[in-house]
Design a protein around this ligand. Structure first.
Ligand SMILES: Cc1cc2nc3c(=O)[nH]c(=O)nc-3n(C[C@H](O)[C@H](O)[C@H](O)COP(=O)(O)O)c2cc1C
Length: 369
């Protein structure tokens, strides 16, 4: 399999494990993926929820939890590790700075357009930082807006881009009516993003790899998107169904037990649609029942916490811990295909084998012509 190069970083396999909050991808999963030669990613969304003082000292709790997870991951691997930070999160600056200080190799910035970075970073010398910055986008237009803003503000551009299509799990960067529209399929938006980036690569004399995400399930899928111009892939759903994934057994069982028709699109309090496994909690919410909760600190800038029907951070924390009566599991459109829990090593082995089989076929067809 080709390697993925992001600046001076080079992976052994072009596979990134997508950051999965709340608590689904922490040090166990991230280190296992990094040890197999991919990029293992710690998600910061709701990371402080597992600290005892999360309701009283939330900013400190978030930062402490992230510090701990990065240090735990580094103790278990010398591979490449990333941190996923939602732009919509209230302590975005705090978490970006913490991840840089702790030596994360790559920062994946999603759920909103990362148009700015914390003032505390050396903004005039971003290229000298060891940490790489990678926005997550869902269109060529969003890519253009981000690159133009960075060029103007920092005379610097991001180090890679993840293009996340509408089949992904979790929050989606699409209007609800576009999710199933062929014009917004990953196959369509990936080449658009590649062409937006090209002139910037030339202008900055820098190679900007594009990473495809959303619905990628097999090694053949990886091959297909690499043929379409991606230099790597980001996968979430497949990594949930591993022993090392940091979620509870009940969360993983929801994946094993779900059917295609159970996977639904929800309106998240974040203000974006999201893809999840439908359950009684989500039925209750969509029937108009308002859950009672205490919001300690408006963790999402975009959350209208006085009017939303439930607290998404709490619901996802409950699910991560195994209480799916009072929460729900985010999942990609292909989650119904999961039929067993395997190790990260087995999963990566399978994906590499499938990729190699298709690429051999591809080169045979090519040489026959
Ligand atoms: C349970 C779950 C939680 C997720 N949480 C986040 C998150 O906190 N931040 C983010 O940028 N993406 C999140 N995602 C998206 C993944 O990082 C990844 O891009 C996506 O799942 C890829 O699609 P796939 O699941 O079809 O492989 C989440 C996905 C899942 C399944």
């Amino acid at each position: 399999m080709p390697r993925l190069r992001i600046g001076d970083l080079e992976t052994e396999i072009p596979i990134i494990q997508g950051g999965m909050g709340v608590g689904i991808s922490l040090s166990d999963l991230a280190s296992a993926v990094a040890n197999e030669g991919g990029i293992g990613v710690i998600a910061t969304a709701g990371i402080g929820q597992f600290e005892p003082d999360c309701y009283t000292n939330y900013m400190e709790a978030d930062k402490r939890a992230l510090q701990k997870e990065i240090r735990k991951t580094k103790a278990k691997t010398s591979g490449i590790i990333g941190v996923n930070i939602m732009v919509a999160i209230s302590d975005y600056d705090n978490l970006v700075q913490c991840a840089v200080d702790e030596g994360a190799n790559v920062l994946f910035l999603g759920a909103g357009l990362p148009l700015r970075l914390p003032e505390t970073l050396p903004l005039d010398k971003l290229g000298e930082l060891a940490t790489k910055f990678v926005p997550i986008v869902s269109s060529g237009r969003a890519t253009e807006i981000i690159f133009r803003a960075w060029e103007k503000r920092y005379s610097h551009i991001p180090d890679a881009v993840v293009v996340e299509g509408p089949l992904a799990g979790g929050h989606l960067g699409f209007k609800k009516e576009h999710i199933n529209h062929p014009d917004y399929a990953l196959e369509k938006i990936l080449p658009e993003v590649v062409s937006v980036i090209k002139p910037y690569e030339e202008q900055f004399n820098k190679s900007i790899p594009v990473i495809a995400a959303g619905g990628i399930y097999t090694g053949a899928d990886i091959y297909k998107f690499m043929q379409l111009g991606a230099q790597g892939v980001q996968m979430g759903t497949r990594f949930v169904a591993t022993y090392e994934c940091d979620a509870s057994p009940e969360f993983k069982e929801a994946y094993l037990n779900c059917k295609k028709e159970d996977i639904v699109i929800i309106d998240s309090p974040v203000g974006l649609p999201g893809r999840a496994i439908g359950n009684r909690f989500l039925e209750r919410v969509s029937s108009g029942i308002k859950e009672t909760f205490r919001c300690p600190w408006k963790c999402l800038r975009t959350c209208d916490f006085k009017n939303v029907p439930y607290c998404i951070a709490l619901a996802l924390t409950n699910a991560k811990k195994g209480n799916l009566e009072e929460g729900f599991a985010f999942a990609g459109a292909n989650a119904y295909r999961v039929d067993k829990i395997i190790s990260v090593k087995e999963l990566i082995g399978e994906l590499v084998e499938e990729y190699m089989a298709v690429s051999m076929q591809g080169s045979r067809v090519g040489s026959d012509q």
